[in-house]
Design a protein around this ligand. Structure first.
Ligand SMILES: NC(=O)c1ccc[n+]([C@@H]2O[C@H](COP(=O)([O-])OP(=O)(O)OC[C@H]3O[C@@H](n4cnc5c(N)ncnc54)[C@H](OP(=O)(O)O)[C@@H]3O)[C@@H](O)[C@H]2O)c1
Length: 226
């Protein structure tokens, strides 16, 4: 069975992407910081007939991320698709939003560490085997502000834009190698409870886009608009 590793697997996009790939014959490695939350997700997927297993790691702690991806490779015999979409659902020390003119090295650095460096580290853990096999897919998620930035999220969008730029360039480098890299910009609030006037969508409405990018392999970017 092919395997997808979801880095930053939670109850929103993580679960929906797991279901989408699981229903299409994939085993699922769920990676995030909290064992109990991951076990709950794995249990729900198991009830639906999808083989899923939890691997704890913090993307800010690169050795733990490498170890989780290595353990997932060992458990499932390899990783065919990597998907990166961590989301800080609870406050993270050092994370603040800053307008472009208020961006500082101090408030940008954690965003870059989280969004860009975590993604680069995850990709480096799986890419050599994918290149050797001449097959594999690397999918990375940001918000719509990575494409069309909004002033109140100046530092967050700078990090998302950096990830987007790197993914598009990785895709160019990998063209013809059999490994496909693509970026997904989610330009909506996911689920309920968003600010008034901001368009929303459910994870289930968005997740098929990831499957399309994996299957079609012709597009290096998709922007999900409501
Ligand atoms: N939510 C939105 O409205 C929205 C809008 C636009 C774009 N997006 C993007 O969509 C993607 C998915 O968002 P979502 O809200 O649906 O997420 P989700 O899949 O529901 O959950 C993401 C998971 O990431 C894990 N995580 C957070 N920090 C981590 C860390 N340092 N290391 C490892 N795992 C970590 C959390 O689990 P633990 O706490 O157990 O680590 C969390 O459950 C993200 O890339 C986000 O930026 C979200």
């Amino acid at each position: 069975m092919p395997t997808i590793a979801i880095v930053g697997a939670g109850p929103g996009m993580g679960l929906a992407i797991a279901r989408t790939f699981g229903r299409n014959g994939f085993d699922v490695a769920l990676i995030a910081r909290t064992q109990e939350k991951l076990d709950t997700l794995a249990g729900r997927l198991g009830d639906e007939g999808i083989t899923a297993e939890a691997f704890t790691a913090d993307i800010m702690d690169r050795p733990s991320l490498n170890a989780a991806l290595e353990a997932a490779k060992e458990r499932f015999g390899g990783i065919d698709v990597l998907e990166y979409s961590p989301a800080p659902h609870s406050p993270v020390p050092g994370f603040t939003m800053a307008a472009p003119s208020e961006a500082t090295v101090e408030n940008l650095q954690p965003q870059i560490e989280y969004t860009l460096y975590g993604a680069v580290a995850a990709a480096r853990a799986v890419l050599p085997a994918m290149r050797a096999a001449g097959a594999g897919t690397l999918l990375f998620t940001t918000g719509g502000g990575s494409v069309d930035p909004v002033p109140m999220m100046g530092n967050v969008n700078a990090a998302g834009g950096a990830l987007r730029n790197w993914v598009l360039n990785l895709g160019k480098e990998l063209a013809g190698s059999g490994v496909h890299a693509a970026h997904v910009a989610i330009n909506v609030w996911i689920g309920e409870g968003g600010p008034e006037g901001i368009p929303t969508a459910t994870p289930e409405q968005i997740a098929p886009l990831y499957w399309e990018l994996h299957r079609e392999r012709g597009r290096s970017e998709a922007v999900f608009n409501a």
